[in-house]
Design a protein around this ligand. Structure first.
Ligand code: BYC
Length: 314
């Protein structure tokens, strides 16, 4: 088959709703787009452990500490499933990690904001995991088999994360005046960065058209952002918290919550490395990598020793 014929057949398989698997033929650009997206997603899970990890030692009760520990461990697991999914595309994990540590690879903008109070932990579960679920439920139908399958498991765990977050939010929103104020302050700080998680407007998104043609994404950034707002505003109202957007209003006709404009200057500053916590996050990941070097060396030496040992038939 010529390259054009291969490409046509590939597109036909996608249009028929078939999954593309690692050993199938795929255009180089498809492979590169997937490596970009899946590895950024993996890095986001790993860097995403830092803002919440900041509160493990200061959780207000043993129950809260155990739940937070479990959530942060889940995120490490999500990172590992996603690095495995990226590796099926023929790239080595160490290369991906180097891209993160050198600042070449992106990770989600949301993790470049600080967690100032315990209320932030509730809001991250509710808004950040809530946004992630909206995005990832769509990605669970992605055309690349290993990514779609990783998403199914991740979404199940994210649902638990969202519920634990909203439970913290509801408890504090119904607590003392001071707790309520603390929760409203957290919502005020995290609302707009959560909307930024979905990426630029469709008209400004260089990758969307290609990803949608290949059904890697099946919905656009703006469609998912609107879905998130529609799901989340009633949840805020249910616990009497307000959304920090004077332009927010319900449109009866479209049944959408219409919202104001995102500060795109802030978004681009954060993804270029100039957000409030970018440098701190990179320092923390580089430190962890250096401190873990002896573990990797020991594991490699052990694997080499086992491989060299003659096997005895049982
Ligand atoms: N942050 O053409 P566009 C989580 C970049 S973690 C940073 O629209 P695309 C969780 C984009 O990469 C959540 N960068 O891109 C973990 C591109 O730059 P490059 C992470 C962003 O790919 C722990 C440029 O802007 N989820 O769930 O069509 C605890 C133009 O954008 C962002 C994923 O990674 C951003 N927010 O769409 C709790 C999901 N937005 O690469 C929760 C998988 C855009 O060309 N990824 N950029 O240099 C996706 O769904 C898509 O990649 C995006 C962007 C929607 C993020």
């Amino acid at each position: 088959m010529t390259d054009t014929e291969k490409l046509e057949k590939f597109q036909q398989r996608i249009d028929n709703g078939e999954k593309i698997e690692p050993k199938d033929w795929m255009p180089e650009r498809f492979r590169r787009q997937l490596i970009r997206m899946i590895s950024q997603h993996a890095h986001s899970e790993i860097v995403g452990m830092l803002p919440e990890g900041n509160w493990i030692t200061r959780a207000p009760s043993l129950k809260r500490k155990l739940t937070l520990l479990a959530k942060v461990q889940d995120e490490a697991g999500h990172g590992l499933y996603l690095y495995c999914a990226a590796e099926t595309l023929g790239i080595d994990r160490r290369e991906l990690v180097e891209q993160l540590l050198s600042g070449k690879a992106k990770y989600s903008s949301i993790f470049n904001y600080p967690t100032l109070t315990w209320a932030d932990i509730g809001v991250i579960g509710w808004l950040v995991d809530g946004a992630a679920i909206v995005n990832q439920t769509m990605l669970a139908k992605s055309s690349y088999g290993p990514y779609a399958r990783a998403m199914i498991r991740i979404c199940k765990e994210e649902n638990f994360h969202k519920r634990q977050g909203y439970e913290i939010v509801a408890t504090m929103a119904n607590g003392t005046l001071e707790q309520r104020r603390m929760m409203q302050d957290a919502v005020d700080r995290w609302w707009w960065p959560s909307l930024m998680m979905f990426g630029p407007h469709d008209s400004e998104s260089p990758n969307s058209a290609e990803l949608i043609k290949w059904k890697v994404k099946t919905k656009t950034n703006d469609e998912l952002r609107q879905r998130f707002v529609n799901l989340t505003v009633p949840q805020a109202l249910a616990v009497n918290l307000s959304i920090p957007d004077p332009d927010l209003k319900y449109n009866e006709e479209t049944q959408n919550w219409e919202f104001g404009e995102i500060d795109w200057d802030e978004f681009y500053a954060v993804i270029k490395g100039n957000g409030p916590m970018n440098r701190e996050r990179m320092r923390a990941r580089n430190r962890a990598d250096a401190e873990g070097e002896w573990v990797r060396k020991a594991a490699e030496a052990y694997a080499a020793k086992r491989a060299a040992k003659p096997r005895v038939a049982s």
